[in-house]
Design a protein around this ligand. Structure first.
Ligand code: ZN
Length: 379
């Protein structure tokens, strides 16, 4: 019997930037490291395998098509400077310089799974979309040639607008689960560009849950990425977890020199599925019992980060203990409690917390219940 890839049904996947994570005394089911971060912080990269059951090295190959990339990205063994046209039209060049070197890089960093090289594509009707599928096939080919047995994952990084196009969503699912991909690909990471789970309208949120639900139904392990607290909700409707990345990712930043801005020093409050600044935290007299807050509340950046790692891990551990048919109602219940808590804070502390995102997320969970029933009836 093969050991299952994941130690529990839904996991939280941290994406560390420094060694703080190795000092928490936690062992994570999986940790993701961006390839350029492994170059920038080689010592951190070396220590991660000891705190993670599964190391994922994200090859971040989509950076190749943009100018404003991190310096450490240039250190990766990729065909820097090659145009999309060249990568697209020269299969031998692509196979050697991109497929082979990206897989070999992940193996050298001791990754436990392989993530196929990918580019960002706005929609499912473009040369980039098709090339992503070709590169996935080429990666399968390379792993077979070299007899590499590690599980293969793809990355679906796509524009926000596809989510409200039903035909595009079904087309993406069909293309990524068809033919050789049905057996040779273990799962997918799904990232949506310019997607802010608190601000999106219900239709986009439902489009994303549909995409994830349908891929998962084809027996794929699905992880959402750059999704914020909505990642927890997706864990109730078929995803196997989420990556703790920037809450929103956008290729806009890679196009020209822009100021990335300083990270906001806010505290993640799981009780409202949102972040709050120090004034708001003090105002509601927030207390937390995690190991970073210790009955009080985390104040500095490092403790706040630790608090978030502990609490998000706890949330996914708790969701994992629920049988799959109970996960949606469990999450709806958590959201109801969050709504009540916000009402309480507004009434008693004149808090400015908003519950708009929670009302939308609840609607999404309700539509997921309907979707689960209809797809079940089709079986
Ligand atoms: Zn805490």
């Amino acid at each position: 019997m093969n050991k299952p890839l994941l130690s529990q049904s839904v996991i939280f996947i941290p994406k560390p930037l420094d060694s703080g994570i190795t000092e928490l005394g936690l062992k994570f089911p999986a940790v993701m490291l961006d390839a350029h971060i492994a170059e920038w912080r080689p010592k951190v990269a070396k220590r991660i395998p000891s705190i993670s059951e599964l190391l994922i090295v994200n090859p971040v190959t989509y950076y190749l098509l943009y100018k404003n990339t991190p310096k450490s990205f240039k250190k990766l063994p990729y065909p820097h400077g090659a145009t999309f046209e060249k990568l697209h039209s020269e299969p031998e060049f692509r196979f050697e310089k991109l497929i082979q070197s990206s897989v070999e890089y992940q193996l050298a960093k001791k990754a436990d799974i392989i993530v196929a090289p990918y580019f960002f594509t706005e929609d499912d009707n473009s040369a980039k979309f098709n090339l992503n599928l070709t590169m996935l096939s080429e990666t399968i080919q390379f792993l077979q040639n070299k007899n590499i047995k590690k599980p293969l994952f793809g990355m679906i990084y796509i524009g926000n607008a596809v989510l409200t196009k039903g035909l595009s969503v079904s087309n993406i699912v069909a293309r990524y689960t068809d033919g050789e991909y049905s057996n040779a690909v273990k799962g997918y990471f799904v990232a949506i560009d310019n997607f802010d789970s608190r601000m999106e309208d219900v239709d986009s949120l439902i489009g994303l849950t549909k995409l994830i639900h349908l891929l998962a139904k084809e027996d794929k392990i699905i992880f959402a990425k750059s999704i914020g607290a909505f990642g927890e909700v997706l864990g109730a409707i078929g995803s196997s977890g989420f990556v703790d990345d920037k809450e929103t990712m956008s290729v806009e930043y890679l196009k020209e020199k822009t100021n990335y801005g300083r990270p906001k020093n806010r505290l993640y409050i799981p009780e409202i599925f949102d972040n709050a600044n120090d004034t708001e935290v003090q105002n509601i007299k927030y207390k937390c019992n995690c190991l970073a807050c210790n009955g009080s509340v985390a104040k500095d950046v490092v403790s706040k980060k630790r608090h978030s790692l502990y609490r998000r891990t706890d949330a996914m551990n708790e969701l994992s203990t629920q049988p799959s048919e109970k996960k949606v109602s469990f999450m709806k219940n958590r959201i109801d409690q969050a709504i009540d808590f916000i009402d309480y804070c507004v009434k008693n502390h004149r808090s400015l917390f908003k519950k708009t995102h929670l009302l939308k997320w609840k609607q999404v969970l309700e539509s997921a219940e309907v979707l689960a029933k209809t797809t079940k009836n089709q079986d």
